[in-house]
Ligand binder design. Structure first.
Ligand code: SPD
Length: 284
């Protein structure tokens, strides 16, 4: 009965003249927070879906590649990751992966929009399931202001942002990366959401040119995820070394068992870019 079906269609200035449609069963939430429009849907094909300012942030069916790859490559390579900061990521997906590591002693999350946290706890329990871990401290404030107070504190900073429009625009700017660096310990690394090699090379190049001035190593991993524009998304990794493109340790068996996307082979492969992207991002 096509005339009775309701479709969600993503609206973003970065969609490159195309947009994904998801058939929805029911809109569960529509709220204007102080920062953005928050919607949560029950869909016919991808379970629950979180949408901020008309852009899909996650679906129940395919959030796992993004959240796993935000955490496990970095936890695998950093020599001793004990203090972790998540910036953004109020849906809790990145946090869920971080708390799997007993070695993480301090886990802070700084999300500007408290409504995203509250609604995720209520409607997205499959991601927002780590907030009760006693190591987790939640700060509801601007990420840059928070990091200015936290000099030299973190081994890993994981910036799980939305696209560079609205509240996340500042998270793609040179000044923000400078602030990030001050909050890192000397051997620390930053990971940041960095869009699609097929649609957003201009945005990726902007981030590369800002971060190359600040970090010795700037690496890019590509993650497959069907409900993001072009079916993929990238994560930029910035550090003084070691390089993050090669796994260094065996991942604990009890953690690997919980994962659906990450393996050491996938870790290596994610950093191998198609030629057109390698030329523009890595200059080779
Ligand atoms: N184009 C949308 C990119 C969204 C990236 N952040 C998603 C948040 C999931 N934790």
């Amino acid at each position: 009965m096509p005339d009775q079906e309701t479709w969600f269609r993503e609206k973003t200035p970065f969609e490159g003249g195309r947009s994904l449609g998801i058939r929805i069963r029911q809109k569960l939430v529509e709220k204007r927070s102080a920062f953005q429009k928050i919607e949560i849907y029950d869909t016919a094909s991808v379970g629950r879906m979180l949408v901020l300012d008309d852009v899909i942030q996650l679906t129940e069916a395919d959030e796992f590649p993004y959240h796993e790859m935000f955490v496990h490559p970095a936890m695998n390579v950093h020599p001793d990751p004990k203090a972790i900061l998540v910036v953004g990521g109020g849906d809790g997906g990145v946090l869920r992966e971080v708390i799997k590591y007993k070695s993480a002693e301090r886990i802070d999350i700084c999300e500007i929009d408290g409504d995203v946290i509250d609604l995720s706890k209520q409607y997205l329990p499959f991601t927002a399931c780590g907030y009760d871990d006693p190591r987790v401290k939640v700060y509801v404030e601007d990420g840059a202001d928070f990091m200015k107070r936290m000099k030299g504190t973190y081994d890993l900073i994981l910036v799980d942002s939305s696209d560079p429009i609205g509240p996340a625009e500042v998270l793609f700017k040179q000044e923000f990366f400078e602030t990030l660096k001050t909050a890192l310990k000397p051997r620390g690394a930053v990971l940041t959401q960095c869009e699609s090699i097929f649609l957003h090379l201009h945005i990726i190049e902007g981030v590369v040119s800002s971060t190359r001035q600040l970090f010795k190593h700037v690496e890019y991993m590509n993650v497959l995820l069907p409900t993001y524009p072009s079916g993929m998304i990238g994560l930029m990794v910035c550090s003084e070394g070691p390089v993050y493109s090669k796994p260094r340790r065996a991942i604990p068996g009890e953690i690997q068992q919980t994962l659906k996307y990450y393996t050491p082979e996938v870790h290596k492969a994610a950093f191998t870019l198609p030629r057109f992207a390698a030329q523009r991002i890595l200059g080779k």
